[in-house]
Design a protein around this ligand. Structure first.
Ligand SMILES: Nc1nc2c(c(=O)[nH]1)N[C@H]1C(S)=C(S)[C@@H](COP(=O)(O)OP(=O)(O)OC[C@H]3O[C@@H](n4cnc5c(=O)[nH]c(N)nc54)[C@H](O)[C@@H]3O)O[C@H]1N2
Ligand SMILES: Nc1nc2c(c(=O)[nH]1)N[C@H]1C(S)=C(S)[C@@H](COP(=O)(O)OP(=O)(O)OC[C@H]3O[C@@H](n4cnc5c(=O)[nH]c(N)nc54)[C@H](O)[C@@H]3O)O[C@H]1N2
Ligand SMILES: [Mo]
Length: 716
């Protein structure tokens, strides 16, 4: 038995260091690395099952060309040479006939390794002059919301949260999605800390917390302003801190006075007593820490709501205490030399952009059309909103689709050419985390399975056959790793690739109290309670609460929303000739329920659904519905129901349970489509309009109706 080390590549805050047990050149067991100060030998159930994912029957082993109808999943084996030649031939023809913007790359967080996520791919598509992809699907709105306040994605070291005395998990299901933060919180609890969860779903984290606040979807902004009201009313602010470090506080104060508890009760679904208690315990407990999740920002109003929450620690001076503050993302601790990594000097003109949230619209409506799609590190047929439109796009006969994948996913089935990808255990990479502070390097621990190749090698091959002669298309993993760290920031810390390779991981030495004495990278240099940036977008320059259903009134006559970028509400209101009359819109009573579709404990977005042992544990997709709604709709536990809106429908089993408020339904997990009775996943229901700021996804601002299906004619 031989021990090797690796890093979990998945899009998860914990970025675990892994201990890999090998037998005869094969991986037999994967566990947490006990020597890593965050992983501490503990990893999630999914990654413990990883050997099953690596040696999975659904692994793609060699390049393939489509032989059947689009989407039928019939392919023939071809050589790498033939595959790359065909791609290059088609791209040359398309570029000649329609220009280079007829090509679109599509990728997201399949691997978080910098080299295979965002280096050679960016160089290639920059040199080609392809349409650019705005990668916004995960956290664009919330990240911008936090940055409005502090100017960067920097917060405290999560290890220090063991010192907190109050920990609020706000819109984050940490027990399942950021388990080491839950472990730190549990240690804090042993030292007397209280744990609070604020969510729209009584999930595992809510059950484990000491107190749980079940609120209405998208009402977080109102709650944060309501808490601010009580803090200001009762003189619980840290005046000295605010005086020194706040910008626009007086205007904020005036706005907050519009949110007395009586009003916030109506907006959030909480009682006045609950709101009063929450505000008081937050303001009076020190150190207090808010872990801001991604769930709350997947809404029409997610960016501004995150801004309002992010300001709470500034009000009470929580940043002054070790273990105090709020954490949305710590990615700001890892600046990389993007200019070199991504080959910015290869950009000859500024190509058009497509927001990845609107991939369906881009494939079906963009003019001039996208004629070739290259998918890697992502499974858009499952994870992107407005799934039926995405599938309509993928079904286009005139779209030349290449999918580079590890497994035969729902997206791969639509490809014209499929290329086999290595897993992180088969290639080297450099890893950062967006939560903890360690930089990591990993070497391959096994040989590639079949003919699989890492992303970087495929992009290098394509560049070579395209005849690109720049030196950067020859760089190795190590070259790129070195380039990534070639910044004064890393030089000053004495961190080099050579050192990292020797040590495997390096914990950054970050300040215990990053904002106790200023250091805000905002325009004003202070914590911004008022923001010019937001004003420039035509929105209210102070955090204000807007309910989530507003977007429905903003559609154009043809029912479509603007394709790209941000269109602020004010601007939309100023174009009445384009607006649909309210009575022409589906009203709230047509679709009375809000559907929330968060991730599943056993899967990582749509990854792992092909791992049988995990799938068995996850059982099947269900729809959680409150007993009151179920009674009104005559739905019993276990009934098959139809969940529907103007975009599509999903047939799914109902689970009657008070884990959600009346008016809210939850279905967890991005299951592959064939796990739903009608072959349509939850994203058939989700909207592809963009969040208030940042151009983010609004998965959870989904309105639906639910009805019971008749029992099957034949019992099988
Ligand atoms: N096991 C597992 N772990 C994962 C992932 C996975 O798929 N599976 N995915 C990874 C990725 S890419 C991400 S982005 C993170 C996501 O992980 P989190 O940051 O935890 O975000 P979500 O799980 O999307 O949502 C968290 C909670 O927000 C709730 N929520 C929805 N709407 C609202 C609202 O309006 N207000 C409030 N307060 N809560 C609301 C949902 O019910 C859910 O319980 O997890 C990462 N880790
Ligand atoms: N309804 C709903 N939809 C959601 C969400 C939600 O909560 N609800 N969450 C959203 C969020 S937060 C996110 S981040 C997105 C995630 O969306 P994606 O980033 O698409 O995530 P995955 O579903 O994990 O798909 C990643 C794919 O990349 C492949 N892959 C992994 N490593 C490599 C590699 O090295 N090379 C190549 N070529 N391929 C690789 C994997 O096999 C996998 O199929 O989904 C979003 N979609
Ligand atoms: Mo995400």
């Amino acid at each position: 038995m031989e021990i090797k080390y690796s890093v979990c590549p998945h899009d998860c805050p914990d970025a675990c260091s892994l201990k890999v047990e090998m037998d005869n050149g094969k991986i037999v067991k994967i566990a947490g690395d006990p020597s890593h100060p965050v992983t501490k030998g503990v990893i999630c159930e999914k990654v413990r099952a990883y050997p099953e994912r690596i040696y999975n029957p659904s692994r793609i082993l060699y390049p393939m060309r489509r032989i059947g109808k689009k989407g039928d999943g019939e392919f023939e084996k071809i050589s790498w040479e033939a595959a790359v030649e065909e791609i290059v031939k088609r791209w040359k023809e398309l570029t000649f006939a329609y220009g280079s913007e007829s090509i679109l790359p599509y990728s997201y967080g399949g691997t978080e390794g910098i080299i295979n996520k965002a280096s050679m791919d960016r160089r290639l598509f920059n040199k080609i002059g392809a349409t650019r992809l705005e990668r916004t699907i995960c956290s664009a709105a919330g990240s911008l919301g936090y940055q409005l306040a502090y100017g960067s994605s920097i917060s405290i070291n999560p290890i220090d949260t063991v010192n907190s005395k109050l920990i609020i998990f706000w819109g984050i299901n940490a027990l399942e999605t950021n388990m080491h933060q839950a472990i730190f919180a549990d240690n804090a609890r042993k030292n007397g800390a209280k744990i609070i969860a604020i969510d729209v779903h009584r999930n595992k984290t809510a059950k484990w917390a000491d107190d749980f606040y079940l609120i209405l979807p998208g009402s977080d902004g109102a709650l944060a302003l309501g808490i601010s009201y009580i803090i200001l009313r009762d003189n619980l602010t840290d005046k000295a801190f605010l005086e020194k470090y706040s910008h626009g506080f007086n205007e904020f104060y005036t706005k907050v006075m519009e949110y007395p508890p009586g009003r916030v009760t109506d907006l959030t679904g909480l009682s006045q007593k609950q709101i009063e208690y929450l505000a008081e315990v937050y303001a009076k407990t020190k150190p207090s820490f808010i872990r801001i999740g991604n769930g709350l920002q997947h809404h029409d109003n997610g960016g501004i709501n995150t801004w309002a929450i992010s300001l709470l620690p500034a009000l009470v001076g929580a940043w002054k205490d070790k273990g105090g503050g709020a954490l949305k993302s710590n990615s700001g601790y890892f600046p990389l030399n993007d200019k070199i990594l991504e080959g910015w000097d290869l950009i000859k003109h500024s190509p058009r952009t497509v927001n990845m949230v609107q991939i369906g619209k881009a494939l079906c409506e963009l003019n001039p059309p996208i004629r070739s799609l290259y998918v890697y590190n992502s499974n858009p047929a499952v994870v992107a909103p407005n799934q039926n439109l995405v599938l309509k796009g993928l079904a286009r006969e005139d779209l030349f689709t290449v999918v580079h994948e590890q497994a035969m996913t729902d997206t791969a089935k639509w490809a014209d050419i499929i290329l086999p990808a290595t897993t992180s255990f088969e290639h080297a990479d450099l890893y950062v985390s967006y939560w903890h502070t360690s930089l990591q390097w990993t070497e391959p621990v096994i040989h590639p399975i079949g003919e699989a190749k890492p992303n970087i090698d495929v992009f290098k091959l394509i560049a070579k056959v395209l005849g690109f002669e720049e030196q950067c298309f020859l760089d190795s993993e190590e070259d790129i790793g070195r380039q990534a760290l070639d910044l004064p920031y890393w030089h000053d810390k004495g961190i080099t690739l050579e050192r990292l390779k020797k040590e495997r991981f390096i914990m950054l030495d970050v300040s215990e109290r990053p904002f106790a004495g200023g250091g805000f990278l905002t325009t004003s240099g202070k914590i911004e309670f008022k923001s010019k940036k937001v004003a420039e977008l035509g929105l209210c320059d102070i955090p204000d609460y807007k309910p989530i259903k507003e977007e429905r009134l903003c559609r154009r006559k043809d029912g479509a929303l603007p394709l790209q970028g941000l269109m602020p509400l004010e601007e939309k209101k100023a174009q009445p000739e384009n607006a649909v009359k309210e009575d022409a819109m589906p009203s709230e009573s047509d679709f009375p329920l809000t559907l929330i579709t968060p991730p599943n404990h056993f899967f990582l977005n749509s990854t792992f659904v092909n791992v049988s042992s995990l799938k068995i544990k996850a059982q099947e997709p269900v729809l959680e519905i409150n007993p009151e709604d179920a009674k009104e709709l005559e739905i019993k536990d276990g009934d098959l129901v139809k969940v529907e809106n103007e975009r599509g429908y999903v047939l799914i089993k109902a689970k009657v349970i008070d884990s959600v408020l009346p008016g809210v339904v939850v279905s967890a997990g991005l299951w592959w489509r064939d796990n739903y009775k009608n072959g349509s996943g939850v994203n058939a229901l989700t909207p592809d309009h963009l969040s208030d700021i940042g151009g983010g996804a609004t998965f959870f601002s989904t309105l639906v109706k639910v009805k019971k299906m008749p029992p099957p004619f034949f019992k099988n």
